[in-house]
Design a protein. Structure first.
Length: 157
């Protein structure tokens, strides 16, 4: 396969993350196709991405993405990232905690004619919820909770 599409497609996705990091939604119009569907499916095009970015930025004003790996094949660009930020405002119904958060994620972006037409995103939601204190540390790790010592609890007396 020729790298002719891979390089410009990768550049498009990198520009998107640069726009996130600079809190500048203006490039979304040139980077996102009108048919792009947001994560809830109720918004389309650049407006869908603006909505997601604005929600993240409001809750994590110091949000910064780092691209850990970028791979391209044909029209698809796969990205592995981590972001950092401080939970300063409500996010998806969770009250602000003031805690620093680091979250990892993966995305596959389909690029056609220089614009992102779709994406599939997976993030570490459990880790995120643990960092903001909604879910206790250790949940989901397979570790067994501590067992009560016989005779020490109300049931053992």
């Amino acid at each position: 396969m020729s790298t002719d599409r891979r390089q410009p497609n990768t550049a498009t996705v990198r520009k998107l993350f640069e726009a996130f990091n600079h809190d500048d939604p203006r490039p979304y119009d040139e980077l996102v196709a009108p048919e792009y569907a947001g994560p809830q499916g109720n918004q389309r095009g650049p407006a869908a991405l603006r909505l997601v970015a604005a929600g993240l930025r409001a809750a994590f004003p110091d949000l910064h993405y780092a691209l850990d790996e970028v791979l391209a094949e044909g029209d698809d660009v796969a990205v592995r990232w981590h972001w950092t930020g401080t939970h300063q405002a409500p996010f998806r119904g969770y009250a602000p905690t003031g805690r620093p958060v680091t979250n990892t994620g993966l995305g596959i972006f389909r690029v056609r004619d220089g614009k992102i037409v779709s994406s599939t995103i997976e993030t570490d939601r459990l880790g995120f919820l643990q960092q903001i204190g909604v879910v206790p540390e250790g949940v989901g790790t397979g570790a067994k909770p501590p067992q009560a010592t016989p005779g020490t609890g109300a049931a053992g007396n």
